[in-house]
Design a protein around this ligand. Structure first.
Ligand code: SF4
Length: 347
């Protein structure tokens, strides 16, 4: 195999998602790290946010607090971490409900040389003494899920167990940790809806002395059954120029990156724009989602094979190669098959 960068240049004339798939194929066959491993070691949450399926009793019961064992986590790490570019802890549930498991995952990620380890949490249980060991073990990033800026909205959007004071205390812990670990990234994910978008105007007041690195603003979308049902994005869209963009400018001046959708993307989240099936395939080829429930029936047999063995068994290189050249309709077909076997929910 000649130099990978020369080959990548040769593929660049394909443009867009075809070029990305070609790059992916090259990374795959040359043994590079390119997958994102998304793990929920436990399926439980201390909160019951109204925009989340944890607010629905039946959905909550379905998740039932199932938990991965230490052995299972070791098997996953041995099997696929060598190919992981990123380890994401906490995707569809709250990882701090299993602090021991979260710490073990960070340690395993470090042992296997995963370059970036991230955790997503509501952060209410991540006081200074709980967060510090994770950062010391090698956690690179914490993403805080937030659905309200003002106390009342926070309490109402994040459910009856929501604890605004615990959240404020976590922010102070983060401030302290950042003094010792300035490269520890802190990101806030704010899910916008008609009832919480306006108060984003006060975001920088709430985070005035907390050194966060990134704010991601995402319009509400339906993930399973939830008690909040207003998915109309009209008001969110209206606030784009009056609230969101001015906030982004104020944050930029303080060195905080703000990611937010332009209008067209707001339309996409409202389902008014069709997605690109070839682009979607990239996500399906690169993200591996593991939960206590999916572990025993996962496409990858973690206890018996590594990622190379799995790829060989399913002909992954061939599948990626084919997806560069086939029609959009054929891509959509592969997308359905893959998302049925790798189905995951990201909050
Ligand atoms: S959004 Fe996150 S914090 Fe809120 S209930 Fe769902 S999993 Fe828990």
């Amino acid at each position: 195999m000649s130099n990978i960068y020369t080959l990548l240049r040769n593929f660049s004339h394909l443009g867009g998602s075809r070029a990305k798939l070609a790059a992916l194929w090259l990374m795959h066959i040359t043994g590079r790290r390119y997958i994102g491993v998304f793990i929920d070691s436990i399926l439980a949450c201390n909160y019951s946010c109204r925009m989340c399926y944890f607010s629905n009793e039946e959905e909550r019961r379905k998740r039932s607090g199932a938990k991965m064992t230490e052995e299972q986590m070791k098997h996953v790490a041995q099997s696929i971490f060598r190919r992981a570019l990123k380890l994401q802890i906490g995707c569809g549930a709250e990882p701090t409900m299993d602090m021991k498991g979260a710490l073990q995952l960070v340690q395993l990620g470090k042992q296997h040389g995963v370059p970036y380890i991230s955790m997503t949490s509501n952060a209410a249980l991540l006081q200074y003494d709980k967060l510090l060991p994770l950062v010391e073990a090698g956690l690179d990033e914490l993403t805080i899920s937030l659905h309200g800026i003002h106390r009342e909205t926070y309490q109402s959007m994040m459910g009856k167990n929501a604890n605004y004071d615990a959240f404020l205390s976590t922010l102070q812990g983060i401030k302290k940790i950042k003094e010792t670990y300035p490269h520890f990234d802190v990101r806030v994910n704010y899910t916008m809806n008609a009832d919480n978008v306006e108060e984003l105007a006060d975001f920088d007041r709430l985070f005035a002395d907390v050194p966060i690195d990134q704010l991601q603003l995402r319009p509400i979308r339906q993930i399973g059954e939830s008690s909040y049902t207003n998915f109309d994005l009209t008001h969110v869209s209206e606030c784009l120029e009056t609230v969101i963009r001015p906030l982004a400018e104020r944050c930029r001046a303080k060195g905080i990156i703000v990611l937010f959708p332009e209008k067209i993307n707001i339309d996409r989240f409202a389902g008014k724009e069709t997605a690109n099936p070839r682009e979607n395939l990239i996500a399906l080829f690169t993200y591996i989602n593991i939960t206590p429930n999916s572990y025993p029936r996962h496409d990858i047999h973690f206890e018996e094979e590594d990622y190379e063995g799995y790829s060989k068994r399913v002909g992954l290189a061939k599948q990626i190669w084919r997806s560069i050249w086939i029609s959009d309709a054929a891509c959509a077909q592969i997308e359905t098959t893959l998302s049925n076997s790798l189905n995951y929910e990201i909050r």
